[in-house]
Design a protein around this ligand. Structure first.
Ligand SMILES: C[S@@+](CC[C@H](N)C(=O)[O-])C[C@H]1O[C@@H](n2cnc3c(N)ncnc32)[C@H](O)[C@@H]1O
Length: 223
């Protein structure tokens, strides 16, 4: 067995701290340079209003919002579904990005809000909405990720996108086991790690996982 010397351990921790600081600075740079200057006024107002909420961290981050906007516009998505709403940043991004009668930039009559557990709501929708959605954004509980995916594979049309949030789970997915993370976050850690493996092996979708925000996995339904 090999042991690291005190010097080696210190050097490694220092390198990790510098690396983490560099990532944090890069995220700040991206936000300041590319995201905030282009953020819609309504989104900024919502972000400011959410900032003092004790669970403000639940809100979709503006860089993820900008990425969603690009995906929605690239795919010309019209009918979308979102699972998991907090103060609605990502929902507002979607409403501002999708066209209504060819017009963008208003949110009226674009949102049908269903207050419910997501799973039974999806099961109800499956009765008459199969293959009708262009785009889905999933940001609810992690325990049901696989269940959501199976339902969305039927609700989203072939060629449509399913976007899953938090797939890096605060960067902890790289850990060999969840023993060093908060007890309350372990179940979701396991569900996220399992989901990442499952989706990577799912032949029904093209995928790409992005290190934006807390990790985003974009899936395109192939069949
Ligand atoms: C991370 S937040 C979503 C943030 C959202 N993207 C936003 O910007 O407002 C997750 C939300 O999912 C909701 N949620 C958790 N479990 C759920 C479930 N089983 N069904 C529906 N919503 C759920 C929580 O109440 C919470 O508001």
């Amino acid at each position: 067995m090999m042991f690291e010397s005190f010097f080696e351990v210190t050097a490694r921790l220092l390198w990790c701290s510098i690396h983490l600081m560099r990532i944090a600075l890069l995220v700040e740079y991206i936000l300041e340079t590319s995201v905030y200057p282009r953020e819609a006024e309504l989104l900024k107002e919502l972000r400011d209003a959410t900032a003092h909420h004790p669970q403000a961290y639940l809100s979709t981050s503006p860089d993820v919002g900008q990425f969603l906007e690009l995906l929605l516009k690239l795919t010309n998505a019209k009918k979308t579904i979102e699972l998991g709403v907090f103060t609605g940043y990502s929902l507002l991004v979607t409403a501002l990005s999708i066209p209504k009668d060819g017009k963008r930039a208003n949110v009226e009559n674009k949102i049908e809000f269903i207050e419910s557990q997501a799973l039974p709501a999806l099961d109800l929708m499956l009765k008459n909405n199969e293959g009708s959605f262009d785009f889905a954004f999933v940001d609810a509980d992690k325990a049901n990720l696989k269940n959501y995916h199976e339902r969305l594979m039927r609700l989203v049309r072939v060629g449509g996108l399913m976007v899953y949030d938090n797939t890096l789970w605060g960067g902890t997915v790289v850990l060999p086991d969840p023993s060093s993370i908060q007890t309350t976050r372990r179940h979701a850690w396991q569900a996220t790690v399992d989901f990442n493996k499952m989706i990577a092996a799912d032949p029904r979708v093209d995928i790409s996982q992005f290190a934006v925000g807390d990790g985003i996995t974009v899936c395109r339904r192939i069949y």
